[in-house]
Design a protein around this ligand. Structure first.
Ligand code: 26Q
Length: 822
């Protein structure tokens, strides 16, 4: 037996039941006699919420009272997923809730499944922000998230005739996890003009006025830590017309439509999440979103600081702001504007405060993802900010000129302004110049940004300004919640659930590696997770998958650099091989289920074509009588956080096969290994550090290295590459029409042939296929496979979000945890 987790907040299941019933009958005004799963969910959520709020209030009071340095995580995306299960587990009331709700006639799993995902993000970057909030709260750091309260999160994906169709994600009709704070409202201005004026002392001051004002209303979401009373805050801003802006004149003169239009224009700002992942759209509305959110958040932070009546020089001792990519870069300019224009602090002093406050995390080297805003657009929308950017740039370039007096080229290269037509602002450069630390998200990535896109800045600032903080994931959601059976088995061996707070404790699993009974239980849990997924696939797609087949999973945003196309080409090659075999030969084949999931950005045609091809291959393969269970191809619709919790624990192998040097880190790779799956992957992002931790005998690496990519691309451009014959055969099969009208796939194929195969599929394809053969070979040895899985899990401690958060706290934020109140 192992130590039970700390006592729950409810005085037993009876109290829990009373609270649920009270909420169903009074808050929802429904009778328990016609209480369905949805009402049971609402009642359970509200009952739990009442408990959360107590710890939340205490935490916030305590943080105010202690008045230590706080960290603010600015992110345009928080991909939170569902809250109920997580909150029950973190506050350790799930057992009570399960028993209590069962007696009321419900299954806790059905109740949990009623909740709509909070999908305020695209993929890795947004989910990282959510994992960080969990880590901050669990470690008792005073840390807030600031984001936008999108009315529509990432779209819901439907597959119609094999094509992705986007459906709006309206998630707010019942959301018990947010608390509107109508008293926390900030006016944010756009457009207008800048003029010089004199103050009462006759000093020249700059005023920005005459613009359009939109109001930001705060909505707060509690973030409970695991096994602690600390409950932090995620503050999301919603836009509405400022009082007085709603045009009464138009309304009174009968122009209702005109007045409503103005109102809608304000509300449009927080209406929808941009569905682009790793691609920047230079749209005015996106820039408005960024400034709206940044201005409201900074106003809030500054207001909190001013209540302490400290001198401004102490601002960086009280406040650390982390920029999740360049999306909040305007915060740098906005703080400088507040300090000089509003607080009248001299430029140099202000700039010192600003740079000591901010840290910037870079998440990509892909050129199309680097944010650039047109100067005319900035001039129009934020005229005062553009002036300040010019000044920041001027002072910076003067410094560079003093350092490198003869290097004119250098000045052109590092200028915030790119001399294109029209001129554009390079937001990453502004973020570097305005921060005291810049970090990448995995070792290779952090090295690459120093050697490539930010090379000049390393020469200017020295290497110490640039750091690496390898990403991490929260083991609470990604092990305990997603895979409760595995978590319980581990706890039974380690003598409790401490490992969920100190993930390196997983090392202590190693002595059990030869324990027959332990191994049997381990593999039984994997099988039951595969059965759970197979059932879901059957219920939703009608495809039957044999749970004993090797489950090969690739779930992530669809992007050419992530190379789902290489995976599906590999599947086609496998299919062709199976077709060519005798029935005797087929008996020796390891059955495989190739499972895909992920969304394509709505305007990304190539990504959508890849989805179409995956579905078309599935159509053909899944009904081919020669093939049967030996190969199944599944595309799971609408991949999201809650589906990830179902899918990830069911994998035998998962694919992380980006072109080397393109995936900054990847975080699902960590989730899969933590759940006892193995990886087939390239030497890219965090795969490299995962290999270092778990040992190269436990991972299937393939393909060219990042250092080879430049040369390979060069050769493609000069037509010096023969296409791999097996890839040629796959393309021929597609062009023959085996998977439907081949004209649909023309673009996809020509990107390899007449295009330059930018993502180097043909260069890695044969290595990919031989590595997949090694996977089959290894899977035949069931015992050897189990050893690899268990050893890998034992080595995953490093990839906890807690380790990652502690590194940020030490190296970048200089913040300390706060002793929680009881
Ligand atoms: C920018 C401008 C306009 C509209 C959209 C965007 C935009 C939105 C989202 C640009 C990029 C993103 C998302 C990037 C992202 O998710 N990057 C991933 O971050 C993860 C966490 O660090 C890494 O693990 C992944 O490798 C990286 O791809």
């Amino acid at each position: 037996a192992w130590r039970k987790l700390a006592a729950c907040e409810f005085q037993g299941k009876e109290q829990f039941q009373r609270e649920v019933v009270r909420h169903v009958e009074t808050t929802l005004a429904r009778s328990m006699y016609n209480c369905d799963d949805a009402a049971a969910y609402a009642g359970t959520a509200l009952a739990l919420r009442d408990k959360l709020v107590i710890g939340w209030n205490k935490t916030q009071q305590n943080q105010t009272l202690q008045d230590q340095k706080r960290v603010y995580y600015l992110s345009l995306e928080f991909l939170m997923g569902r809250a109920l299960d997580n909150a029950m587990l973190n506050t350790q009331v799930k057992d009570v809730a399960r028993d209590g709700i069962a007696e009321l006639g419900f299954r806790i799993e059905d109740v949990i499944n009623q909740e709509h995902d909070a999908a305020l993000g695209n993929g890795g970057l947004g989910r990282l922000a959510a994992c960080f909030l969990d880590g901050l709260a669990t470690l008792n750091y005073p840390g807030w998230g600031y984001g936008l309260r999108y009315r529509y999160g990432i779209f819901k994906q439907e597959i119609v005739d094999g094509y992705q169709v986007e459906v709006p994600d309206y998630w707010l009709d019942f959301n018990p996890w947010e608390f509107p704070r109508p008293d926390v409202a900030v006016d944010v201005m756009f457009y207008g003009y800048v003029k010089k004026d004199t103050d009462s002392d006759g000093k020249t001051i700059i005023v920005w006025e005459g613009g359009e004002i939109v109001q930001a209303i705060a909505y707060d979401v509690p973030v409970p830590g695991f096994d602690t009373s600390t409950t932090n805050n995620l503050r999301l801003w919603s836009s509405k017309p400022a009082s007085g802006e709603f045009d009464f004149q138009k309304f009174n003169s009968g122009d209702y439509e005109g007045s409503i239009r103005d109102q809608q224009r304000a509300e449009t700002i927080s209406a929808v999440l941009y569905p682009n992942d790793n691609i920047s759209a230079g749209k005015e509305l996106r820039l408005k979103q960024q400034y709206f959110w940044v201005a409201a958040s900074l106003h809030d932070i500054v207001r909190r600081f001013k209540k302490t009546h400290r001198p401004w020089s102490q601002f960086p001792d009280q406040v650390a702001i982390q920029l999740n990519d360049t999306h909040p870069t305007l915060a740098i300019v906005e703080l400088q504007r507040i300090l000089i224009d509003v607080e009248h602090i001299p430029w140099d002093q202000a700039w010192e405060i600003v740079t000591a406050t901010f840290g910037y995390t870079n998440h990509t080297v892909l050129p199309e993802a680097l944010e650039k805003w047109s100067v005319p657009l900035m001039q129009h929308l934020l005229p005062r900010h553009l002036q300040i950017i010019y000044d920041i740039n001027l002072f910076f370039l003067q410094k560079v000129e003093r350092m490198f007096p003869k290097d004119r080229e250098m000045l052109t290269r590092v200028s915030i302004i790119e001399e294109s037509q029209p001129q554009v602002l390079r937001m990453a450069y502004l973020a570097i110049i305005g921060s005291h630390k810049v970090n990448g998200v995995a070792e290779l990535h952090s090295d690459l940004i120093k050697a490539t896109i930010f090379k000049d800045f390393v020469a200017i600032y020295g290497p110490d300004k640039f750091a690496n903080v390898t990403n991490g994931i929260t083991p609470r959601r990604w092990l305990h919640q997603a895979n409760p059976k595995l978590s319980d088995l581990i706890a039974s061996k380690l003598g409790g659930y401490e490992f969920l707070k100190e993930l390196s404790q997983l090392e202590r699993l190693r002595p059990f590696i030869d324990d027959k009974e332990f191994r049997r239980e381990w593999m039984e849990i994997k099988l039951s997770n595969k059965i759970r997924l197979a059932k879901y696939i059957r219920d939703t797609t009608g495809i039957s998958v044999n749970p004993h087949a090797l489950f090969d999973i690739q779930v992530k945003r669809i992007h050419e650099y992530k190379r789902q196309q290489m995976n599906i080409f590999g599947v086609i090659d496998r299919y062709l091989n199976l077709k060519a075999m005798t029935s005797e030969e087929r008996k020796k084949v390891v059955p495989r289920a190739s499972i895909f999931g992920g969304k394509a950005a709505p305007g990304y045609w190539m990504a959508k074509t890849i989805i179409r091809l995956i579905n078309a291959v599935g159509e053909v393969v899944n009904k081919d009588k020669d093939i049967g269970d030996l190969l199944k191809v599944v595309f799971i619709e609408d991949y999201n956080v809650s589906k990830a919790e179902l899918i990830i624990p069911a994998s035998d192998i998962s694919e992380h096969i980006s072109t080397a040097g393109t995936e900054a880190s990847g975080t699902s790779n960590m989730k899969f290994v933590l759940n006892g799956g193995l990886i087939i992957g390239t030497c890219d992002g965090a795969n490299i550090e995962i290999t270092r931790e778990i040992g190269d005998e436990n991972i299937f690496l393939l393909g060219n290295l990042a250092e080879d990519v430049e040369d390979l691309r060069h050769r493609h451009r000069y037509g010096q590459v023969e296409m791999d014959p097996k890839l040629r055969a796959v393309c021929d099969e597609i062009e023959k029409g085996t998977f439907g009208d081949p004209s649909v796939y023309e673009g996809l194929i020509s990107s390899l042939t007449t295009g330059c195969d930018y993502y180097l599929v043909s260069d890695d394809f044969s290595s990919y296929l031989t590595t997949q053969d090694l996977v089959d070979e290894a899977y035949r040895d069931k015992d050897g496979w189990a050893t690899k899985c268990i050893n890998s899990v034992a080595s995953m401690g490093f990839f906890s979000a807690d380790r990652c958060i502690n590194e940020y706290a030490d190296m970048i934020w200089n913040v300390e945890p706060l002793v929680p109140v009881k």
